[in-house]
Structures are given as structure tokens and as C-alpha cells.
Design a protein around this ligand. Structure first.
Ligand SMILES: Cc1cc2nc3c(=O)[nH]c(=O)nc-3n(C[C@H](O)[C@H](O)[C@H](O)COP(=O)(O)OP(=O)(O)OC[C@H]3O[C@@H](n4cnc5c(N)ncnc54)[C@H](O)[C@@H]3O)c2cc1C
Length: 387
């Protein structure tokens, strides 16, 4: 056992863990960060598509592969919805580089970073919480579970799985897309049942990936088929990776001196599988809650629940709205998807979509529904999908 006791132990050196650890250290807390791998950010399981706001909030400048100003959404019937604007919609960043720089920045803020140390068990008493690791154990006042998609900390509370787990997979192949500011998204039940497929420009590489519903089969097979369909099957594969995407939140994100954040808390946007923006929003709320707990010198679950209420206030509407949209989307046959795309293929709606905020894509819904005749036509398609 170590002979010192930090205020907070953070388990997981991904963006959720390193951002939270840094904010806690900046607010004066003594923080230990445990990351099971020797290197931050690997293995990567992210397309790396983020907004400028997220990059700012993460506090580092990661390597940027491309700046996306346009997106083609391709439908099964061949229709293409072209959206775009002069200012960037988002950036494709190097996730491994982002993660590594965030861990370095946390260390610069005084976080005691333990690479290669895996937390194997968390137990709490009235007086402290203990993280058992492959190198002994660490006692602290509080612990943050930022241990990602397969969070064993969240699972150890029982009946605390995320509402749904999407499955993602992607390959980086040696191929240069003609336009480096345009990404291609594809929808359709043969392409990516339950979400969508992406084709992203990354200089002399192209990233091709899918995210699909949990019962849709192996995502890698969808990617291989897509590569074949778009003529990239013979390109050299530089790397491939995948993972689960826990969406819809969990029953609880606080319990007995422990708080969950990021994938561990299921804080991922259901309509885009984006997890970095929710982390950027939740981490400061978590750090504020910890400051309040220290001010009061009370570390009860009731005090930690301020964090849960706070992040749900900020993100709940978008995550719950996203789950509802997703439920409707999953009912759609290809015919229905094409019918919706036909309705959307007007200058007004393409204009609305072009101004999308990728951090909260659900905000396009209201303005689209306000367009003349759109609500009733969409309702008709939805009702047809029920039978
Ligand atoms: C295919 C795919 C594409 C995606 N694309 C995007 C995208 O374009 N944009 C976006 O915003 N989001 C995307 N996401 C989601 C995003 O990658 C995640 O939401 C994000 O990585 C969550 O960060 P995190 O810190 O919570 O978890 P992670 O990044 O998974 O980090 C968790 C860390 O904890 C460590 N760890 C786990 N258990 C332990 C333990 N017991 N002890 C010590 N360390 C431990 C792990 O090694 C890991 O480093 C994508 C996800 C997938 C699967």
C-alpha cells in the first residue's frame, strides 16, 4: 500500500479521465490518474470527428487530418443530400495524439499519472474508497470511474448497464479522397442498420467505418462490404479498430464515493455515437461537485448526486431526445429513409442541415418540422413504419 492518500483517484486515462483529473487538480485537489496501458490513446476506437468547441474544451491542439466543411449523405436509392457551409462543420483529429496530449497536460497540472497501472477492484467504506490495482492499492476520499465502454466499475454496481450498446468498426486505407473537406455518410439497412457509415478524408488515408445496432451482425463485415462497393477493397489497410458505444446513460452515475463519466456513464450521443462533447460538458460539473463536497466536508452519495443532476440538466434533453429519434430511425425501411430524404431535399431544409451543430444534432429537428407540410408528411411515414 502507498503511504499517501490522494483526494481523488481517477481510473482511466482517456479524454474523460484526463480532463476530469486536470480540472480537479486545477481546483486544488491532489489527484492520481490510473491508466492500464503504457501509452495513452491506444488502442484507438474513435473516428476522431469533433467540433472546434470540443477541441477548445479539451485544452490541447491535436494533429488534425482534415477540416470538414461539406457532407454528402447517400441514400440507398442513389439520392445524395449535399450539405455544407464556408465555416468548418468539424475536424477529423488524431485521437491517439489527442489522448496523449491530454494526459501530458493533466500531468503538467500536477496530476500524478500512473501509466500501466490497472484498477482491478473498487471498494468503499464510510471513510474512504480503495482502488486495488496490479501494483497495490490506493485509498482516497473519492474515485472517478472513467474506465470507458466496458466499465467494470459501473458494472460492479449491479443492474447498471447502458441502455444500449452500438457496435462500431473502421479501417484506415491508403487512398486519397478527391476532396479533403468533404465527408461521405451513408445510410440504409444493408449499409449500416441502426446508424450510418462514414468515409472520411485524412490526407493520403481514407477512414471507412460503420456503427450499427447491437443485433445487426459483425460491423467489420459491413465495412469490408462497403470498401468493396466503393472500389477501395484493394487498398492497403493501415489500421483497423472498433468498439462498443454505450448510449442512453446508465441507471446511475454516482454511488458510494464514486462518480462515473464518459463512456463509463453511457454519456454518448445516440444519433451520432459522439462521446467527446458530453465529456467536455460533464467534466467541469463533476469537478464543481467535488469542490462542493470538500467545502462541506461531506462525501455522501446525496452530495455526489449534484453531479448527476447537473450533467442530466445539461445533456439529458439531447441524450433522451436522441434516444427517441433513434428508436424511430431504427423502424425505418430503406424505402422510408428514401422518402424522408426526398422531403429533406429542398434548399430550405438543406440550409438547416448545413448549419447543423454536431455537438447537438437534435437541434435541427424543430426548424425542420416548422417547414410547411413537413410534419404531416413525416408523421405519415412514421405511422406507415409501425405496420
Ligand atoms: C468506432 C467508433 C467511432 C467513434 N467516433 C467518434 C467520433 O468521431 N467523435 C466522438 O466524439 N466520439 C466518437 N466515438 C466515441 C468516443 O470514442 C468515446 O465516447 C470516447 O472515447 C469516450 O472516452 P472515455 O475517456 O470515456 O473512454 P475511453 O476513451 O475508452 O478511455 C477509457 C480509458 O480507461 C482505461 N481503462 C479501462 N479500464 C481500466 C482499468 N480497470 N484501470 C485503468 N485504466 C482502465 C482504458 O485503457 C482507456 O484508456 C466513437 C466510438 C467508436 C467505437
Amino acid at each position: 500500500m502507498r503511504n499517501y492518500m490522494p483526494d481523488v483517484t481517477v481510473v482511466g486515462g482517456g479524454p474523460a479521465g484526463s480532463l476530469t483529473a486536470r480540472l480537479l487538480a486545477a481546483s486544488g485537489r491532489d489527484v492520481v490518474l490510473l491508466e492500464e496501458h503504457n501509452e495513452a490513446g491506444v488502442p484507438t476506437h474513435c473516428a476522431g470527428f469533433v467540433s472546434d468547441d470540443v477541441i477548445q474544451k479539451m485544452g490541447v491542439r491535436p494533429n488534425i487530418y482534415s477540416t470538414i466543411c461539406r457532407a454528402d449523405v447517400k441514400l440507398p436509392d442513389g439520392r445524395v443530400l449535399e450539405i455544407g457551409r464556408k465555416s468548418p462543420i468539424g475536424f477529423i483529429v488524431d485521437r491517439a495524439d489527442l489522448d496523449a496530449k491530454m494526459v501530458d497536460l493533466a500531468a503538467k497540472h500536477g496530476v500524478d499519472v500512473h501509466m500501466g497501472e490497472r484498477c482491478t477492484e473498487v471498494t468503499a467504506t464510510d471513510a474512504y474508497v480503495t482502488a486495488k490495482t496490479n501494483d497495490g492499492e490506493i485509498k482516497s476520499d473519492l474515485l472517478v470511474g472513467a474506465d470507458g465502454q466496458n466499465s467494470t466499475i459501473a458494472a460492479s454496481w449491479g443492474n447498471n448497464m447502458a441502455r444500449e450498446y452500438l457496435r462500431g468498426f473502421q479501417m484506415d486505407v491508403r487512398h486519397t479522397m478527391d476532396e479533403q473537406d468533404r465527408m461521405i455518410l451513408r445510410v440504409g439497412n444493408d449499409i449500416a442498420p441502426g446508424l450510418f457509415a462514414w468515409q472520411l478524408p485524412m490526407g493520403d488515408l481514407t477512414r471507412v467505418g460503420v456503427c450499427v445496432s447491437p443485433n445487426a451482425g459483425t460491423p467489420a463485415e459491413y465495412v469490408k462490404r462497403l470498401l468493396k462497393n466503393i472500389g477501395l477493397a484493394d487498398c492497403k489497410v493501415e489500421q483497423s479498430f472498433g468498439g462498443k458505444v454505450p448510449i442512453g446513460g446508465r441507471r446511475t452515475s454516482v454511488n458510494n464515493r464514486v462518480m462515473l463519466i464518459g463512456d463509463a456513464a453511457g454519456q454518448v450521443k445516440p444519433v451520432s455515437a459522439g462521446g467527446l462533447y458530453p465529456i467536455a460538458v460533464a467534466a467541469p460539473i463533476l469537478a464543481d461537485t467535488v469542490s462542493k463536497a470538500y467545502e462541506m466536508n461531506v462525501f455522501s452519495t446525496a452530495v455526489l448526486a449534484l453531479y448527476e443532476r447537473g450533467w442530466k440538466r445539461e445533456l439529458g434533453k439531447s441524450l433522451d431526445g436522441g434516444m427517441r429519434l433513434r428508436k424511430m430511425y431504427c423502424r425505418m425501411s430503406d424505402r422510408n429513409l428514401c422518402a424522408i430524404a426526398k422531403i429533406f431535399d429542398t434548399p430550405e431544409i438543406l440550409g438547416i442541415l448545413s448549419n447543423i451543430d454536431i455537438d447537438d444534432p437534435t437541434t435541427v429537428v424543430k426548424p425542420i418540422l416548422k417547414q410547411r407540410g413537413v410534419k404531416s408528411r413525416l408523421l405519415g411515414i412514421y405511422l406507415r413504419s409501425l405496420f
